[in-house]
Write a protein that binds this ligand. Structure first.
Ligand SMILES: Nc1ncnc2c1ncn2[C@@H]1O[C@H](COP(=O)(O)OP(=O)(O)O)[C@@H](O)[C@H]1O
Ligand SMILES: [Mg+2]
Length: 267
């Protein structure tokens, strides 16, 4: 029997609506109706029609999941890799970023370190890669190094540091922006070291810094802690050094900023 009678079609539409709601997939109802005519006109097989309807639901779920993950990540800005102008950063290979954007590094719990002076696009690229990771289904959290330290200090003071570190390990990617702008107290440096250790070979980090590794000892107030931390970070990592004048100063006529040491307060 084929349902060509208008009453038959309406009855089946109602049934699909009921079933879609029961499956908690209300979009299937719309897709089923919308694609039915297309399927009839195009002479699709039953299987092709079913696949098309289910595909709409899965894509919609992926997209809304990605949107939620992007919102939950706490990116200050929503800069995308697509918006990054590679011509302004000639030393940077497009392929390197394109490969990172596939998210392959996340599956291997590898890290990315973006180094360079202020305004060269470190935060932009970190956020762009974070968005790609969220779209690929990974949970992501973004914060500045100072904010991470505040969070860890708080957990430590409440006796739940181990719990917090375990919870954070469930995130495929943590982004630590602006390592080096503000030096850490000894306690803070130790907490930060524990964060890096807890993720080592488990889950990825993206870090950005205006300082070369050689200067991280000053930031962490302890050369040994800094060395041990850098060792773990770079063991499985892409280290990308950005160069040039600040993008923020383009067309302002200002072509140099004070030296790196005083950049500590520049943002
Ligand atoms: N190559 C680039 N293409 C497009 N926009 C850029 C580029 N480099 C920097 N920017 C923009 O310039 C501003 C400063 O970049 P940002 O990533 O915050 O720099 P950093 O974190 O290195 O200080 C941002 O608005 C960013 O989007
Ligand atoms: Mg930045």
């Amino acid at each position: 029997m084929t349902a060509t009678e208008p009453t038959e079609i309406a009855k089946i539409a109602k049934q699909i609506e009921y079933l879609a709601r029961a499956l908690k997939a209300p979009r299937i109802r719309d897709a089923a109706a919308r694609l039915a005519d297309q399927a009839r006109d195009g002479g699709w097989t039953h299987e092709e029609y079913l696949a098309a309807v289910l595909d709409r639901e899965v894509s919609a779920r992926d997209a809304s999941g990605a949107r939620l993950r992007i919102r939950a990540a706490g990116f200050g800005t929503a800069k995308t890799i697509e918006e990054f102008v590679f011509d302004h950063q000639p030393g940077l290979k497009r392929d390197t970023i394109a490969h990172l954007a596939t998210g392959a590094f996340l599956a291997k719990a590898e890290n990315v370190v973006l180094l360079g002076p202020p305004g060269t696009g470190k935060t932009h690229l970190a956020v762009g890669l974070g968005i790609k990771a969220a779209q690929a289904g990974h949970r992501v959290l973004f914060a500045t190094a100072t904010e991470w330290v505040t969070r860890l200090t708080d957990a430590h003071q409440h006796g739940r540091l181990a719990e917090e570190l375990a919870r954070l390990r469930r995130y495929g990617l943590l982004i630590v922006d602006e390592v080096g702008y503000i030096p850490f107290e000894q306690d803070a440096a130790n907490l930060f070291f524990q964060l890096v250790s807890s993720r080592y070979e488990h889950a990825s980090l993206i870090l950005t810094s205006n300082l070369p590794f050689a200067r991280w000892g000053d930031v962490f107030g302890d050369q040994a802690v800094a060395a041990a931390m850098i060792d773990r970070i770079v063991h499985h990592a892409d280290v990308i050094t950005l160069k040039g004048a600040s993008h923020r100063l383009r067309n302002t006529g200002i072509d140099t900023l004070p030296s790196a040491r005083t950049e500590n307060t520049a943002h």
